[in-house]
Write a protein that binds this ligand. Structure first.
Ligand code: GDP
Length: 194
């Protein structure tokens, strides 16, 4: 099997992505922070894992954030050999603003901590930028450059087409993500033959 894991702030559309990729019913719009367990959906040879969401919403307490972060780190550490793709999902409309607000307080958002952790684990994490439908056509390149820059990658984003997937589940446009998944499965299979 081939496993892809999704991490991200609550409400970025993780459940919607899992649903769109798998064609299966999963709970969308569930209260953030309710489930601490990763959920799995199978689609052919692909196992899609939705890691618990983080973020301060609906009175989710700060201590609970640490528990969520811990669960994610532990899941990745234990499954590192098995996990083929790790992706962080961000909201195209709010990510930069959230990061900069945290930055002004001298804090590092969990998204970035998790992304850095995935990188340290040699997972070459994907940046899935969902809700691209919220961004005007003429602003798209600028917004994507700003997002990847916050995550420590150098713009222009187009030189990272194997790492950055701008999508809109709402518009049914998951092409950038699907194409990266296909490529990674292909090279994993090739590597296993060597
Ligand atoms: P999760 O908490 O990350 O699992 O997010 P959900 O999948 O539950 O989605 C959160 C909200 O974002 C829901 O109201 C979705 O309908 C909405 N949403 C998901 N994908 C998109 C998208 O591509 N564009 C827009 N505008 N909204 C989206």
């Amino acid at each position: 099997d081939f496993e892809i894991v999704f991490a991200g702030r609550s409400n970025v559309g993780k459940s919607s992505i899992v649903k769109a990729l798998s064609g299966r019913k999963v709970k969308v719009g569930k209260r953030p922070g309710v489930t601490l367990k990763p959920t799995h959906v199978k689609k052919g040879e692909l196992v899609i894992t939705d890691l618990p969401g983080f973020g301060f919403m609906n009175g989710v307490k700060e201590r609970k954030q640490d528990i969520v972060k811990d669960k994610i780190v532990r899941y990745i550490e234990e499954g590192n050999q098995r996990i083929n793709i790790a992706a962080i999902v961000v909201d195209a409309g709010s990510f930069v603003e959230v990061v900069d607000r945290w930055d002004q307080r001298g804090e590092l958002p969990i998204d970035i901590e998790i992304f850095d952790f995935f990188t340290e684990m040699d997972l070459e994490p994907l940046i899935v930028v969902n809700k691209m439908d919220k961004i005007r056509e003429e602003d798209k390149d600028r917004v994507l450059d700003a997002i990847i820059e916050r995550l420590g990658l150098f713009p222009p984003w187009r030189q990272w087409i194997d790492r950055v997937a701008p999508i809109s589940v709402k518009k049914g446009d998951l092409q950038a993500l699907n194409s990266i998944i296909r490529k990674r499965i292909h090279s994993a299979k090739r590597d296993s033959l060597l």
